[in-house]
Design a protein around this ligand. Structure first.
Ligand SMILES: [Zn+2]
Length: 210
């Protein structure tokens, strides 16, 4: 199923699962299938700190990776790519130290999520909503890219996703964390795709210029 259709009618527990995968309640587990379903919708919360080691995974049957909160970087600190805060929303959070371990047991099909020892008992210094304002998760972004590739303009796609009232045909976008999508950012994604200009985007097609 296309991601965009998924956003029309996401699972009823999507909002709760996003909270769980952000705050990691004690003893929280998901099936591998559910992990693959929900994890893209918290891609804005976690950035990888240590990827799974292939040899260890093969030996133990458990694929273990370590992740740190997106806000663990000092505000304004350069990223690995050297780009300082390429997002349109500057974040001025205090440093958040929450780190987690994600262990996929490939034989039982169960994924367990635990705080690392160092961040046990710590809470995020911010809410999930604040991260959603800062960065759009890849679940929502992929659906947007699907629509852009069909030829819709950034304005149309944004309106369809987060337009007020009847304008939004994807009410599921909100529970999926896409509330803060805006035309400027969708337009930037569209330019990254290097798609031809559309009729509905006069600035790109030259229409409206006199
Ligand atoms: Zn955090």
């Amino acid at each position: 199923m296309e991601t965009v259709n998924f956003l029309r009618d996401p699972p009823s527990d999507m909002a709760q699962r996003r909270q769980d995968l952000t705050h990691i309640p004690s003893g929280f587990t998901l099936t591998l299938e559910d992990h693959d379903l929900y994890w893209p919708f918290v891609s804005n919360v976690w950035s990888i700190s240590t990827p799974a080691n292939k040899a260890t995974t093969e030996k133990t049957g458990i694929e273990t990776s370590w992740w740190q909160c997106r806000f663990s970087r000092q505000p304004g600190a350069p990223t690995a790519s050297g780009i300082v805060n390429s997002s349109r929303r500057d974040h001025t959070r205090t440093r958040c130290e929450v780190r987690i371990k994600v262990a996929k047991n490939l034989s039982t099909g169960i994924v367990t999520y635990t705080r690392t020892k160092a961040s046990e008992g710590q809470e995020h210094s911010h809410s999930l909503d604040e991260i959603d304002q800062y960065k759009i998760n890849s679940g929502v972004k992929n659906a947007v890219l699907e629509e852009l590739r069909k030829g819709y303009s950034a304005k149309e796609v944004t309106k369809n996703f987060v337009g007020k009232g009847k304008a939004s045909i994807y009410p599921g976008v909100i529970v999926c964390g896409g509330e803060y999508l805006d035309t400027a950012e969708v337009g930037a994604w569209r330019r990254d795709l290097k798609l031809p200009a559309t009729e509905a985007d006069p600035r790109r097609s030259g229409k409206g210029e006199t």
